[in-house]
Design a protein around this ligand. Structure first.
Ligand code: IMP
Ligand code: MG
Length: 179
């Protein structure tokens, strides 16, 4: 892994594929134990979470359902104050135990919107899983049940995460640099 350029910015290697796999194994292990004998609905927050979802779900040993919503809150490398719903929730969340799959929780704004909506739609129970969490950026107070790794408040790309639509395909995580 070497330094890369995406649009106008430079990024350096931060977390390799092996470490990501270990993080996912750890999260899946806990979910498998906590939901033993139950049939949760995994709700994947697109776009960023598509790689996390594909790799995490392969490690889930439970009978389960999988569904997708598409939201967007980022513009460039900054969190926007509004969350747009691009593909909505379908009605099948009523009475279900839901595990949300997120790539990263930053300010928490996106997740708060999702939680409110699921509650309004009659979800029985909602747990949150996220590969990355930036505690220093977090502005909300909800509990995050499964965290892959806590990271400092700097912008990252790769493994589903983009900078203005680019770099989602990289199998590792890169962190922004100054030069
Ligand atoms: P929040 O609403 O501020 O918590 O931001 C959540 C969403 O913004 C995430 O699901 C990501 O899609 C995106 N995001 C947050 N931090 C980063 C980052 O460091 N790189 C790329 N996307 C990010
Ligand atoms: Mg996301």
């Amino acid at each position: 892994m070497t330094k890369i350029k995406v649009h106008d910015k430079y990024f350096e290697p931060f977390i390799d594929s092996k470490e990501i796999d270990n993080m996912l194994q750890h999260m899946a292990g806990k979910i498998n134990l906590d939901f033993k004998g139950r049939v949760p609905l995994f709700l994947v927050i697109l776009n960023g979470s598509f790689m996390v979802a594909a790799d995490l779900l392969k490690k889930i040993k439970l009978e389960c359902e999988v569904s997708f919503v598409k939201l967007a809150s980022y513009v460039g490398t900054q969190s926007a104050e509004t969350v747009r719903e691009l593909i909505g929730f379908d009605e099948n969340v009523k009475g279900k135990s839901i595990i949300i799959i997120e790539d990263i929780i930053d300010t928490g704004l996106t997740m708060e919107r999702v939680l409110e909506q699921l509650k309004d739609m009659g979800a029985e129970e909602v747990k949150i899983s996220t590969l990355f969490f930036k505690p220093a950026a977090f502005k909300k107070s909800f509990c995050i049940d499964y965290i892959g790794k806590k990271i400092p408040n700097s912008f990252i790309v790769g493994y589903g995460l983009d900078y203005d639509r680019r770099a989602r395909n990289l199998p590792e995580i890169y962190k922004i640099t100054d030069e």
